[in-house]
Design a protein around this ligand. Structure first.
Ligand SMILES: Cc1ncc(COP(=O)(O)O)c(C=O)c1O
Length: 380
């Protein structure tokens, strides 16, 4: 292995939960967490904790087997059932992680004869899924639906019968941006392409009642959602129609041959779903959207480009790794935990700060970010 530049080296850090949205890297003092995806601040909600504790008291920690052997629990069934109702989908299947759910999805949607068209900024798990199923891969420019359209037209001219699959995220995890979902759905329909929409970052937060940005659009073949972000728990699911649900259950090793999602996580995700679907969810979502709008507007007013999108993820492009590292270190000195995002997670020369907001943040937090950005402006 070659020498890595000091700005590229990753440090594995361990943080201790300090309550009220703070993490501390012992022995340093607590930092306000603007790095994790706990965007509705539910991970330490008393109802989620109690649901997990009750589940552990009833039946222990692990499921001990895959769903089709003896690992299925009432918590799994209730969560699948309530999620399917909430989302208006025929079937929901749970997975231990979103990474695994995406691999399972590709395994069912595509094979070595298929062509997969993926947004250039798509999550790594989907690329691993494409590799695993052996399909050919083409990337289209980020959120550029005219590029996608050209490629779909070309493919249909070359081979009218070929299985085509399109991959996108409804809220991109690093950029905070979104595609035009109705146009995306329309294009896939027009060219008879299956659409897999990853809603990992939108679910619980955006769309009608937090049901995601794809909600209400007909023609999304498979939807991926995760419980490790706004739901404050862990694990993930795929939602689809009956036929695809059966195919996933019967034909995907990523479902059949893995130990079932730990029941306490399923119980906590179910508690989160009930909160998200109720009045408390509305309040948290509204606060989060207001905070996100206030921060975007303030960053733009200070002379920086307005961070794209409308959700809780704010990307501030700084360019080179050194600037991103220095900005993150300066924020840390002011009590804010913000992780610099560098290549290979983003393209070369596009290092950035990624802020993941919460419904309620102390007043000083935005001031500190603006102060650090102002210092950065002077170090181009
Ligand atoms: C867009 C997207 N999809 C899938 C995943 C994977 O989800 P999980 O963390 O549950 O494996 C992530 C997580 O980082 C993600 O950002």
């Amino acid at each position: 292995m070659g020498e890595q530049s000091p700005h590229r080296r990753r440090r594995l850090r361990t943080f201790v939960h300090q309550g009220a949205g703070h993490l501390a890297e012992e022995p340093a003092s607590a930092l306000l967490d603007l790095a994790s995806n706990n965007t509705l601040a539910l991970s330490d909600h008393p109802l989620l904790k109690q649901a997990a504790i009750d589940c552990i008291s009833r039946s222990g920690v692990g499921s001990g087997a895959s769903r089709l052997v003896s690992g299925s629990r009432p918590e799994h069934q209730a969560l699948e059932h309530e999620l399917a109702n909430w989302l208006g989908r025929e079937r929901v299947l749970l997975y231990p992680s979103g990474f695994q759910a995406n691999i399972a999805a590709l395994q069912i949607l595509a094979d070595r004869h298929s062509l997969v068209l993926a947004d250039r900024r798509i999550h790594h798990s989907l690329l691993v899924g494409v590799r695993a199923c052996g399909a050919r891969l083409q990337r289209f420019a980020h959120n550029d639906l005219s590029d996608l359209q050209q490629r779909l037209m070309q493919q249909r001219r070359d081979d009218p019968q070929r299985q085509l699959v399109v991959l996108s995220e409804s809220l991109f995890s690093m950029e905070g941006s979104s595609p035009d979902i109705s146009a995306l759905v329309g294009l896939c329909h027009q060219h008879d392409a299956a659409l897999l929409l990853d809603e990992a970052h939108a679910l619980g937060v955006l769309g009608p009642g937090g049901r995601g940005l794809g909600h209400g659009h007909q023609g999304i073949s498979l939807l991926c959602g995760t419980f490790g972000k706004a739901f404050g728990s862990g694990g993930a699911f795929l939602a689809c129609d009956q036929a695809l649900g059966d195919a996933l259950l019967q034909g995907s090793g990523a479902f059949r041959y893995t130990t079932a999602l730990a029941p306490p996580l399923a119980a906590a995700a179910l508690a989160a779903l009930r909160l998200i679907a109720g009045a408390e969810g509305d309040v948290r979502r509204q606060q989060l959207c207001n905070t996100a709008e206030q921060w975007r507007a303030a960053i733009a007013a200070s002379g920086w480009p307005r961070p794209p999108g409308q959700g809780p993820v704010l990307a501030i492009k700084l360019g080179d790794d050194r600037r991103a590292n220095e900005a993150a270190a300066a924020l840390e000195q002011r009590g804010l935990l913000v992780v610099p995002i560098r290549p290979p997670t983003v393209p070369e020369g596009e290092a950035m700060l990624r802020l993941s907001l919460r419904p309620q943040l102390p007043d000083h937090a935005l001031g500190s970010v603006l102060e650090v950005l102002e210092r950065c402006s002077g170090t181009q």
